[in-house]
Design a protein around this ligand. Structure first.
Ligand code: FES
Length: 571
């Protein structure tokens, strides 16, 4: 192998005391001398954790990556970082996305790594790892954990989106707790993340469309042996990337972000895509604004017939051709000359892809739904924007004016939503305040709040709901999210009152509070300043520095990067 200029030489290539210390303590792990001899050192950034069940198979995946790294003449070193499990973390995994990204950034920068493979799975483990890596910017490749197999219950295919339906059926007394136990066992029956086009699958598609993973990475089910093959090949490829000095900033150009937005429209990806992509763009230094999501890919329809916008599951998508088949259908709309981690362009990677089931992956001529993507709304109720996913909404509610029923916070909602005296009907608009980044804090996935039981009993299955929080990517309904500025900052959203008329017009991208400017100004003058600021620990840091949703909800001081150079030694 030709000698290449390796970052790790600054550790293992040293002589004297420093080199002794750097190498000697590695040798205690049984590592032979020749592995330090100018071989690319590849970090395997692992989010394995039993507290993140979606990523519980990552030790095996890491071993496959290592096998590939060794085969290619590299030297793999696996390391743990903070792992964010969507299902267990309180108050919400989103509160810790930026903290995990700091762990990733500093772990990569501080160590003798020439390249890094990011093992990503459950929702936040993808953006947190990519954000952190962007701020260092060495050769980086993503391997996703893959979706779980489709759940099975009493002959039906089920997955996470059905959770919301079963929950409402239980509230109505249609199913009891014992049946819920049986369903939950059948839903999550294998390794992997949620098996619908929720946020985890959206993130896996995002990294592939950005060019950060090998083609096919997004959809191979976690238990499928081909997932390990892809991990092995990724291990080989990252060593080559180091030799080519192919860095994140070479791949994450403006056009790559546009490709990701176009792909997200076609797959019916999660609304969380918007907030995470904005944060990643902020780290790598690519200008991208929330408003641009309305224009990029505007005419792209929904191609993937997957829950929650459609019918099928991630396992079906893989067998139908996976993301490569969708990318091929989109080629005329993509920047096809963008370089990806395998050194090839989008066109080279996807022009020969095949679709094996047009019921699951539709064509541009005969799409699943002509309405797709995430629509950015503007109006006096959300001066900096709000988002809605129309493909997961009810068509008859996309243009709707109704009276607000306001809940000041999540506790207020839980206390009153089933109050028999609550004045609410199917035309009302449920408004939930103080679930934004600063206000909750952490911006939880409570925006698709359950409907009042008395309306469910009358067969009502959807209403317009508006909040400054987020929604699970597995959720659905006519749900307006990410209202910015959030209520805790004292914008117009903070002064909405029960009985106010609100107009939602998704076709014209408008969210308007039908109250005069004078009245709004007067209400704002009486607002009590937000009192929920925590005064210690990470939460204090978060609340004092987190940006609003329309900017990606990163911590302001984390934007951009500090690069990979460390000038001072430790000894
Ligand atoms: Fe991990 Fe859904 S809970 S992806």
């Amino acid at each position: 192998m030709d000698k290449i200029n390796l970052r790790s030489t600054g550790w293992f290539g040293r002589e004297g005391k420093d080199g002794f210390i750097y190498r000697s303590w590695m040798k205690k792990m049984g590592i032979p001398t020749h592995l330090f001899d100018g071989k690319p050192v590849i970090g395997i950034c692992n989010t394995w954790s039993e507290l993140t069940p979606c990523n519980s198979h990552f030790r095996e995946l890491a071993q496959s990556v290592k096998n590939g790294v060794y085969e290619a003449g590299g030297f793999p070193l696996e390391f743990p970082v903070m792992s964010l499990g969507e299902s267990l973390l309180k108050p919400t995994a989103m509160l810790y996305r930026n903290l995990a990204s700091m762990d990733v950034e500093e772990s990569i920068r501080a160590n003798p790594l020439d390249g890094v493979v990011l093992l990503c799975g459950c929702d936040k483990t993808t953006p947190s790892l990519v954000m952190g890596a962007c701020s260092v910017d060495i050769p980086t490749l993503v391997v996703s954990g893959g979706p779980m197999l489709t759940g099975k219950y009493q002959g039906a295919d089920i997955s996470t989106s059905d959770l919301w339906r079963y929950s409402e059926a239980q509230r109505l007394g249609i199913i009891d707790q014992q049946e819920m136990y049986n369903i939950e066992a059948g839903m999550c029956r294998s390794n992997g993340h949620c098996g619908v086009m929720g946020t985890a699958s959206t993130m896996a598609c995002m990294v592939e469309a950005l060019g950060l993973s090998l083609p096919g990475n997004a959809t191979i089910p976690a238990p499928d042996a081909r997932r390990k093959v892809l991990a092995h090949l990724s291990g080989i490829r990252i060593v080559e990337m180091v030799k080519e000095n192919l860095k994140l900033s070479d791949i994450l150009v403006r056009q790559a972000f546009e490709n990701a937005i176009i792909a997200n429209t076609a797959i019916g990806g999660s609304t969380n895509f918007v907030i995470h992509l904005l944060a990643i763009a902020g780290r790598i230094g690519v200008p991208l604004t929330l408003d641009e999501f309305n224009h990029i890919g505007e005419r792209i329809p929904l191609l993937a017939n997957l829950q929650p916008s459609g019918k099928y599951f991630m396992e079906d998508l893989y067998y139908a051709g996976g993301l490569p088949a969708i990318m091929k259908e989109l080629l005329n709309h993509l920047h096809t000359d963008c370089i990806t981690v395998n050194g090839k362009t989008i066109n080279e990677n996807y022009s020969n892809a095949n679709c094996y089931n047009t019921e699951v992956i539709a064509t541009l001529d005969k799409p699943v739904n002509p309405i797709a993507g995430v629509v950015v709304l503007k109006g006096n109720l959300c001066e900096h924007g709000a988002v809605i996913k129309p493909s997961a909404a009810s068509t008859h509610l996309l243009l709707h004016t109704g009276k607000a029923v306001v809940f000041e916070n999540i506790e207020d909602y839980k206390q009153r939503i089933d109050d028999p005296d609550l004045e609410v009907d199917e035309n009302s608009i449920l408004v939930l305040k103080n679930v934004g980044p600063k206000g909750y804090p952490g911006m939880p996935e409570v925006g698709n709040m359950g409907l009042p039981t008395k309306l469910l009993e009358n067969g009502i299955t959807d209403m317009v709901r508006i909040s400054d929080g987020r929604m699970s990517g597995t959720g659905f309904g006519t749900v307006v999210l990410h209202v910015s500025p959030e209520a805790a900052l004292g914008g117009t959203f903070a002064v909405v009152q029960t009985g106010d008329l609100i107009k939602l017009d998704v076709f014209n991208k408008i969210l308007h509070l039908e109250v005069t400017d004078e009245e709004i100004t007067q209400r704002k003058s009486k607002l009590v300043p937000f009192e929920g600021i925590v005064d210690r620990g990470y939460v204090s840091l978060y609340q004092n520095t987190v940006e609003q949703a329309h900017l990606g909800a990163d911590l302001a001081f984390l934007k951009g990067g500090s690069g990979s150079i460390v000038t001072k030694d430790s000894h």
